[in-house]
Design a protein around this ligand. Sequence first.
Ligand SMILES: N[C@@H](CCC(=O)N[C@@H](CS)C(=O)NCC(=O)O)C(=O)O
Length: 218
Amino acid sequence: MNSFLLATVFLQFASALTLYGHPGTRSPLCNWGALEVGIDIKMGDLSKNPHPFGQIPCLTDDNDVLVFESGAILLYFLDKTKDKLSPSEAAAIQSYIVWANASLDGICFLETPDGKVYDTGLKKPNKNIDKLDKILEKQPFLASDQFTLADVAVASYLLYVLQFFPGVDISRWPYVKAYMKDCCIRPAYAKAFGEKVQGLLLSQLESEATPKKLFGVF
Ligand SMILES: N[C@@H](CCC(=O)N[C@@H](CS)C(=O)NCC(=O)O)C(=O)O
């Protein structure tokens, strides 16, 4: 092997992004984001998960970079790909990623004081989701007329609600519901979450019937 080839192989190995995660948790949303923006990641050995609080997802890059919190991982992907975006698009994507984690998470998943998800706030009216519906009445995606990491952040949480609370009635937000379908139908969603999850969610988004409970701990 000549030295150029050796250096190329070394660089590829050195810059490998490793995600510590598991199906049925938040980590597939990071796989979804990586697939959508064309970033290669490999899955790490969970027994070596370096997350400081022992949670998933967690990402490492170049051996000395460690990113935890699903939103921070999406922001890391944004940072690596933002040269293709205008400053206003990048700012909007960043804002929606933080909004998904800081506000939408608490609406979608109601937790006991010890952090166990016991219900979803989408069973009741919500003024922020009303506003989201109004935004999505006017535009197909959140930060641009194209699908972006903003949509990965927001749609993944909305779709997790259907995964963990199947049959929840979201028909009071028709534009949000249509948006969830447009995001769920994407090939990268199926690749990250599995075709079975995608099929069961799409059947909920297309019909009023109560579907089967899916697996997973959130
Ligand atoms: N806000 C964190 C939440 C991470 C989280 O709660 N992860 C769960 C799986 S979805 C977990 O690792 N639970 C096990 C634990 O907390 O020990 C994020 O978005 O990454």
